[in-house]
Design a protein around this ligand. Structure first.
Ligand code: SF4
Length: 203
């Protein structure tokens, strides 16, 4: 469900969203997303990072390069994928770096709740046949609470609306999950599942 009549109208209002800043959260970019209402596949990441913030394009940094290497093996060249698929995230503004330690700050539950209606609107207006949630926050939108990545990566489900959900881990080079060879095998299965869906659905 969404209050917006079409995706262009939603994008216009979303682009001006400052809800998190108004609520006191230290976001450091404008909302970042890409794609058209004709997209049949939607990728949902966690949040833009510090490379995406100035680029204004999702998955532009090192994590994006790894994601596009996976997608290339499923049959999508990056330029073709960016043109034909929709890319968004659980929260759409760069949340800044962690106060301590390396890496980006993970958006908190309150920020995710503020941003959720935008994602609901994108899903309602794009109506993707395949959804690829990337990373724990996005995967958690489609599976029961406390679901482990080990239990779902490599498989896929079809939800009540008939959408194929094919989860992937966060493609960050810092991901400890990906250091386990068994998990690398799970990613291989996920790539194979995407390649199969691409052929079956003629994506
Ligand atoms: S993260 Fe989402 S809710 Fe928060 S300001 Fe950006 S677009 Fe708005």
């Amino acid at each position: 469900m969404t209050d917006y009549p079409d995706l262009a109208t939603l994008h216009g209002v979303l682009s001006a969203c400052r809800l998190c800043a108004e609520a006191g959260y230290p976001i450091e970019s404008q909302p970042i997303f890409s794609g058209e209402s004709t997209a049949r596949l939607m990728v949902i990441g966690q949040a833009p990072g510090e490379v995406e913030a100035p680029a204004g394009q999702p998955f532009s940094g090192d994590a994006g390069r790894r994601l596009f290497r996976w997608l290339a093996r499923a049959g999508w060249e990056e330029r073709e994928f960016r043109k034909s698929c929709y890319i968004t995230s659980v929260t759409k503004c760069f949340p800044g770096r962690r106060a301590k330690g390396a890496g980006d700050r993970v958006p908190g539950a309150a920020e995710r709740k503020l941003c959720r209606p935008w994602l609901e609107g994108e899903l309602a207006l794009v109506r993707p046949e395949v959804i690829v949630p990337v990373g724990r926050l996005a995967v958690g939108l489609f599976y029961p609470p406390k679901t482990r990545l080990d239990d779902v990566i490599g498989g896929s489900i079809q939800d009540e609306e008939g959408r194929h959900i094919v989860p992937l881990p966060h493609p960050s080079g810092a991901s400890r999950w990906l250091n386990d060879p068994r998990n690398v095998g799970r990613v291989e299965q996920a790539i194979y599942r995407l390649r199969t869906l691409k052929m079956e659905l003629r994506l």
